[in-house]
Each structure stands twice: as C-alpha cells, then as structure tokens.
Design a protein. Structure first.
Length: 385
C-alpha cells in the first residue's frame, strides 16, 4: 500500500485541434503534440495513472513537491495527501497549480480503483451509472461552413440533435475573431439554434467574453426570451460582486465560477454572496476529484445544482457520484471534427454516448481509461542528452 515511486512519461500524440492566439480550440490539419502520463507506483507493483499537459508535471514539480508528499505514504490516505500537497501552494502557487494537484489526485483515485478492481464512482458511492450529455460546441470561427455565422450554428445544432444530444451549449465568437465579441451576434446565434432544434432541447451558453455588466445583462435578457437553461462566464470571474449584480437582475440562472481560483472554499463565498444560481466545479478547476466532490456536497447543502466543467473519465466519475448534477459536458464539438474518433493513446472512448443521449460511466477499474500502453511507449519524447 506504500507509494514507492512517482514518474512521468511524455509522449507524442496526433490531434486536429489547434489553439489560436487566445488559447481557444479550433479544427485544423492533423499535427503532433506532447501529452504526459503521470504514474504513481506502490511497493506491491500496483500503478495509478492520469493524463495532463507536460508543463503541469514538470520534473522539478514532481521532485520538489509531489515526491516529498507521496513517497513512503499509504496511497489510500487520499484526503491527507491532497491536503498536504495543497498546503505546499502557500508561497508556491505560481509553480504548484491546481492542475498539478488534480493530476496527482486523479492518479491516486485511479490507483485505488485498480488495486481493488473497482471503478472510481463505485468507490466514492455511485448515484447513477449513466448521465445525459450536452454537446459542448467549440468557439465561433471564420471558417466557411464551420461556425462562422448564426446559420452555421443552427445547422450544426440540428446534426447534434440527430446524433442524440438532448442539450447543447454554445461557445460563441471571441477574439482573435476580427469583429468579436458582439452581444447582438451572440443572441442571433442562440436564436438560430433555438429555431433549429425547437423548444424541447436544453440550451446553454458559455460566453467567456469578459463583457461588461451592461453587455451581460443584454445577453442574459436575450437568452431568457429564448428559453436558455443558464448563462455562464460572461464577465471576468475575479469580480464576484459583478456576478451577484447579474444574478439579482436576471431570471435565467447564472452558473459559475469556472476559472476563479480558491477551490471549494471560494465557491462557498459565491454561494453565500448570491453570485450564482448553479455552482460550477471541475476536476482540473479545483485541484482534483477530492475537492470536486467537496464542491458538489457544498452545493447540495444549499439546495443547489452543481455542474461539472469538462469531459474525460475523471469528470464523468464525479458526475456519476452526485445527485445534484444534471449533465455531463461532452466535447468540444465542431462540424469539421468527429469527437467519437477518440485518441490514439486510448483503445476506446471513455465516454461513449448512446442514441438516447446518455453517456455510460466506464465500469473498468479505476478511472476507466482504456490506455494503449504500447502506443505510449512507442512514442515517447526523447530526453535531451
């Protein structure tokens, strides 16, 4: 049960996702990128894994922080190990981010499940084994036939409904799109989607525009007329008081925070201040499965739903372990990409969706990712001599 080693394998994988100058994902030609797999090993030979970006698990982070906390410890003591690692962030948060905490915590949960031959959501205490997915659409672009016009959004939404999605979330246009952002264009796109899918499909928006209060209010009132389920991140989330103002002035539920720091502690302040109607969490956003579950229970104590940000198996297990989460976020989706093609370092999808729009939680041990270990070993990034 004792942890004896923590290591990282960095490898090359192909993707058709490209990031623009602001970090937003768009489709493009296939190209190679680096991916990292964190490995936690115990004295009896069991291993737990998690995938992340290489910069999240750089060697100095593993040596300076992670190994000091984990080596020689019982891997089952996840709560204490998470707390001890989080404590290191005092004075070191610029280096030791919540995403590093998340990678370690996910690998510990995966290790526990693999050791006991149980899926993580069953270890936590499952509420369900399947959940509705909403299609999370990529940001708008200027690609012909892509997501360049409101009509493009409408056509793509029709395809998603035919695929089985009962909910769709829009990410509309953002810089570096030459003319973005624009509230009126956002509302036109939302109106085109509503017209295309009819009144029974659930619709949401993640504006992510850092709009002003006035712009956010205009957008929110437009969404109310279109029957949207929620508005998300229309302003900079560092201003909690701006979200309280928005929630006070809109009938449509305000969801958040997603990118605000502070883990579950800060999200408690958002609840008590009245800044949100639906709480937001996510494994990478708050530093792991362990604090994501704390956030879910926190929201439940206030009679609130808590929606989980992001896809992949780690988030799916959190969704499956809570009553007060209605959706699994599946994507990002685009007319020029096929999400179900999966990843070359996994033998199968972690979140396959059936024709009725349900994603079934993996019943494989641990996180349930069907890892292609041979592919990873055959595509390792060579360390400089």
């Amino acid at each position: 049960m004792i942890i004896t080693d923590v290591s990282v394998k960095t490898f090359l994988t192909k993707t058709r996702r490209h990031s623009d100058s602001a970090g937003h994902a768009h489709p493009g030609p296939a190209h190679q990128v680096q991916q990292a797999m964190l490995i936690i090993r115990t004295e009896d030979g069991h291993e737990g894994y998690s995938f992340t970006a290489p910069e999240i698990v750089r060697p100095h982070l593993i040596d300076k922080f992670v190994k000091k906390v984990l080596i020689g410890q019982d891997h089952r003591d996840r709560e204490r190990l998470w707390q001890d690692l989080a404590h290191w962030q005092r004075g070191s948060a610029a280096q030791l981010t919540d995403r590093t905490l998340a990678a370690v915590d996910v690998a510990l949960w995966d290790l526990a499940g693999r050791t006991l031959n149980q899926p993580v959501h069953k270890l936590i205490g499952a509420y369900r084994d399947k959940v509705r997915a909403y299609g999370s659409v990529m940001c708008g672009d200027e690609l012909e036939g892509g997501l360049a016009t409101p009509e493009d959004y409408g056509r793509f939404a029709e395809k998603l409904v035919k695929r089985g999605y009962k909910g769709i979330k829009l990410h509309t246009w953002m810089p570096p799109v030459s003319w973005a952002p624009d509230v009126k264009m956002d509302i036109k796109a939302c109106a085109a989607v509503r017209e295309a899918v009819g009144p029974d499909i659930h619709l949401m928006i993640d504006a992510f525009h850092w709009y002003s209060r006035v712009d956010s209010l205009e957008l929110g009132r437009g969404l109310e007329k279109l029957g949207f389920d929620w508005i998300e991140e229309s302003m900079d989330e560092q201003s909690m008081s701006s979200y309280k103002w928005l929630a006070d002035n809109l009938d449509i539920p305000v969801l958040g925070p997603e990118s605000a720091a502070g883990k579950h502690w800060h999200r408690a302040e958002w609840i008590t201040s009245g800044a949100v109607d639906i709480l937001r969490t996510g494994v990478n956003d708050v530093g792991g499965i362990t604090p994501a579950l704390k956030t879910m229970r926190l929201a439940e104590s206030f009679g609130m739903d808590c929606e989980v940000h992001g896809n992949t198996a780690m988030n799916l297990h959190v969704v499956a372990s809570a009553k007060n989460c209605r959706w699994y976020e599946r994507g990002l989706l685009h007319p020029f990409l096929e999400y179900d093609d999966g990843f070359d370092y996994l033998n199968s999808l972690s979140d396959p969706m059936d024709e009725d729009g349900f994603v079934h939680v993996p019943d494989r041990p641990g996180i349930g990712e069907d890892i292609n270990f041979d592919f990873i070993d055959n595509n390792l990034v060579k360390k400089p001599a």
